[in-house]
Design a protein around this ligand. Structure first.
Ligand SMILES: *Cc1c(COP(=O)(O)O)cnc(C)c1O
Length: 404
């Protein structure tokens, strides 16, 4: 197909040219003299992105799924009790990962489309008089539903219960798009993959482990070898790894954090908020619903759009891919066939969002979802225009008559 492919799934995301260029080089010696400078700069940048001064960055050639496993095997022992909040597909899988590793997992089921309720966190932990839960698992941004949980409120709930459980958060589709304050919110492990807000290809798992998690790692007895973070932390301090790292990805990672810091993290977050709001205005103008139940939970990295009864949302995704060279996300798990997802995270700007919305309107029309053509694009344009109101000259003078 002619023209560029619009990769608007909620990860993997578009990789900027600048990052591709940074990775386009001969493979380096991973024990050679060049690597430490790359690793040190990437790690220092990542710490800023995570919002941490006291956490350790841990990298593996893996994906977000590997990061889940690493967070658990490094900190827990067989049979340990874990409290997992499940409000979508990814939180369900994180809990399943813990179960398969031999942990005793209790899940709190939250309706899909809702955020983790802090009251329930407080309630469940307060009732755990014997303090059996060793860890609480929460997904910051549920990528299956487009719902963001207030991690500060969850932390406050854990504190209100006076519970010592470790606080683990999956920030896979949030980091670099939605505010994260690892130290301030006393998170013990935050984990991600490289292919979402970090704008890199898939291929690396990134964890940030706080002092309590690192300390738990000294006593944990779940079997671990590749994922044992102790040698990784040790070697990374010298700029090396105990395994062969994804060296070219490290160059890309350094470039990605440079880009985020050059734009400025507050600006990056504000851009995501603005683009996301533009998409939401479009969804409303189409007369369709956001799966996310409340405004305060709306995700700034993706939107899950509910299609009308009797329509298969996969048909929208198929039409977009086959006819328009546009990739939208399918509904996952329980909402398969009922929603499609628009990814609006990573390297993205206004025009790309508008093109995506134009393509989504066309795909909906082709798939039999009745949306007024142009309505979403117009609503989004209006919103973007409002954002820039006041930046135009007060009295435009470009009348044709003035030219002659
Ligand atoms: C994408 C995603 C994952 C899965 O990561 P993989 O890199 O596909 O293994 C986990 N959690 C969330 C919230 C995600 O969005």
């Amino acid at each position: 197909m002619a023209g560029r492919h619009f990769l608007q799934i909620p990860g993997p995301t578009n990789v900027p040219e600048r990052i591709l260029r940074a990775m386009d080089r001969a493979v380096v010696d991973h024990r050679g003299p060049d690597l430490p400078a790359v690793v040190h700069e990437a790690v220092a940048g990542l710490k800023q992105v995570f919002g941490t001064a006291r956490g350790e960055i841990v990298l593996y050639p893996a994906s977000g799924t590997g990061a889940w496993e690493a967070s658990l095997v490094n900190t827990l022992s067989p049979g340990d009790h874990v409290l997992a909040f499940v409000n979508g597909h990814f939180s369900q899988l994180y809990a399943e990962c813990a179960r398969r590793l031999g942990l005793t997992v209790e899940t709190v089921e939250v309706p899909w489309g809702e955020a983790v309720p802090p009251e329930q966190v407080r309630d469940r932990l307060s009732r755990d008089g014997e303090r059996r839960y060793r860890a609480v698992l929460v997904v910051h941004n549920e990528t299956s539903t487009g719902v963001t949980t207030d991690l500060a409120a969850v932390r406050a709930a854990i504190d209100a219960a006076g519970h010592p459980a470790l606080y683990f958060v999956d920030v896979v589709s949030a980091l670099g798009s939605i505010d994260l304050r690892f130290d301030e919110w006393k998170i013990d492990v935050a984990l991600t993959g490289t292919q979402k807000g970090l704008m890199l290809p898939p291929g690396m798992a990134v964890l940030c482990a706080g002092p309590r998690a690192l300390e738990a790692g000294e006593r944990a007895t779940l079997p671990r070898y590749f994922f044992d973070w102790r040698p990784v932390v040790r070697e990374m301090q010298r700029g090396y790894f105990p395994y062969t790292p994804a060296t070219l990805m490290l160059y890309g990672l350094r470039e990605a954090v440079r880009m985020l810091l050059e734009e400025g993290l507050p600006n990056v977050l504000e851009r995501h908020r603005r683009l996301a709001e533009g998409v939401r205005r479009a969804v409303t103008a189409w007369g369709l619903e956001n799966l996310c139940a409340r405004r305060e939970w709306y995700s700034n990295s993706l939107t899950a759009v509910v299609v009308p009864h009797g329509v298969d949302s996969d048909a929208v995704v198929r039409a977009a891919a086959a006819r328009l060279n546009l990739s939208l996300g399918v509904g996952l798990g329980r909402v398969k066939g009922k929603v499609f997802r628009i990814g609006h995270l990573g390297a993205l700007n206004e025009l790309e969002v508008l093109a995506t919305l134009a393509g989504t309107e066309l795909a909906c029309t082709m798939a039999g979802v009745p949306v007024p053509l142009g309505a979403g694009v117009t609503a989004c344009e209006r919103y973007f225009a409002e954002q820039y109101a006041g930046t135009a000259p007060a009295r435009p003078t470009a009348a044709k008559a003035a030219l002659t």
